[in-house]
Ligand binder design. Structure first.
Ligand SMILES: *Cc1c(COP(=O)(O)O)cnc(C)c1O
Length: 390
């Protein structure tokens, strides 16, 4: 059976070029980059090159990039590390209600330590209200963390406007750019962010590796203590093959993102127009144009999303109900709820996230299958108002 992968927001396939560099590293450059001998130096040179490649993609300096185990660790570290390092200045942190769980749970941890967190609401397109943000900043506010683009609905925040307001108030600004990377140019100098989270596996790199950008001069406490790795800020022997793969993925992304994004947008828009033609009673969630090119979050009214996901899976089609880390739970999406989408609509929503390997032919197959499955589920749905009861 042909299988079709439309869950690229959960993870992407490692590209061949990335894999080649990683395999070479595994087999030939196995030294510990912190060792003093030639084996160590060779590995260290690969790490330096990768660090430059990562720094380059966001217009940062090599010394501002710290490798981590991925987006989750970067978010945990940014929130907890910046909060603890700035505790003397205040205990108030502002974030949004649609952040990734790695930000929200880090904030919850801080609440237990005596910090106060404000969770900003969003409008029905998923945009943070900037006037509200301004209103919430007070004397004790030390950090604002707002994601660059949302991983469930794809809404892109007005990051520059947000960072401007935050900095005018003398507050630090962190952004989770894990899902945004590769979708538009992210320039830390232009955006004026103090910290920014990245992850390799969302951009055709390996899983389990990411980075935190920390602007030069910004103080951050360690999250992981141990050796002197990463200039004493993150203990643990470096994952050299992962770092090499991440660097390569960044380099490829930087070269190709404009063409790739055009393709993703073409596929996504084609998909949306096809289902809008073929399937009645659907709603596309998120912002109409301020949205990642590869994401379509679609509510199929009167359909149980879980059941639809199952039927698609049986047909070899992979989509998602929301963030991958929530899949398998029956918890409704906190993102859609924060956007004030009614709960029945939330339960009927699936996320389709397109990748550079997808084709128009695949979309045609998916649309056909969706039409069939949605009709089937609606015909047995007790929710459908038009159904005559006897
Ligand atoms: C995937 C994702 C993360 C988590 O990154 P991992 O590397 O999987 O830990 C964080 N934030 C967003 C927006 C994501 O999409």
């Amino acid at each position: 059976m042909q299988r079709i992968y439309l869950d690229n927001a959960a993870t992407t396939k490692v590209s061949n070029e990335v894999l080649t560099e990683m395999l070479e590293t595994y087999s030939e450059t196995f030294g510990n980059p912190n060792s003093q001998h030639s084996f160590g130096r060779e590995a260290g040179a690969l790490v330096d090159l990768a660090r430059d490649r990562v720094a380059n993609t966001i217009n940062a300096e090599r010394g501002e990039i710290y490798f981590t185990s991925g987006g989750t660790e970067s978010n945990n570290w940014a929130i907890i590390g910046l909060a603890l390092a700035n505790r003397a200045k205040g205990n108030h942190i502002i974030t949004s209600s649609i952040e990734h769980h790695s930000v929200l749970e880090a904030c919850k941890r801080l609440e237990k330590l005596g910090f106060e967190i404000t969770y900003l609401p969003v409008d029905k397109t998923g945009l943070v209200d900037i006037a509200r943000l301004l209103h919430c900043i007070n004397q004790r506010t030390i950090l604002v963390s707002i994601m660059a683009a949302n991983n469930e609905v794809g809404t892109i925040q007005n990051l520059k406007a947000i960072s401007k307001i935050v900095h005018e108030k003398g507050v630090l600004f962190h952004t989770d750019a894990v899902q945004a990377m590769g979708n538009f140019r992210i320039d830390v100098k232009d955006l004026e962010v103090d910290a920014l989270s990245m992850s390799a596996h969302k951009i055709h790199g390996p899983k389990g590796i990411g980075a935190l950008y920390v602007k030069k001069g910004v103080k951050i406490d360690n999250l992981i203590v141990g050796g002197e790795q990463e200039r004493g800020k993150r203990g643990g022997t470096l994952n050299v093959p992962g770092i090499v793969g991440f660097g390569k993925a960044c380099e490829i992304m930087q070269q190709n993102y404009i063409v790739d994004c055009k393709k993703l947008k073409y596929l996504r828009d084609y998909f949306v127009s096809q289902i809008e033609n073929e399937i009645p009673h659907i709603t596309v969630q998120g912002h109409a144009h301020q949205r990642l090119p590869g994401i379509a979050s679609v509510s199929f009214n009167f359909v149980d999303g879980e059941a639809l996901l199952c039927l698609l899976d049986m047909a070899g089609i992979a989509a998602s109900k929301g963030a991958a880390c929530q899949a398998g739970t029956t918890e409704p999406s906190h993102v859609l709820l924060a956007m004030n989408i009614p709960i029945e609509e939330v339960q009927s929503t699936l996320r389709f996230s397109f990748g550079i390997n997808n084709t128009k032919e695949e979309i045609d197959i998916v649309v056909k299958e969706l039409k069939k499955d949605v009709e089937k589920l609606r015909s047995i749905s007790p929710l459908k108002p038009s159904r005559k009861r006897d």
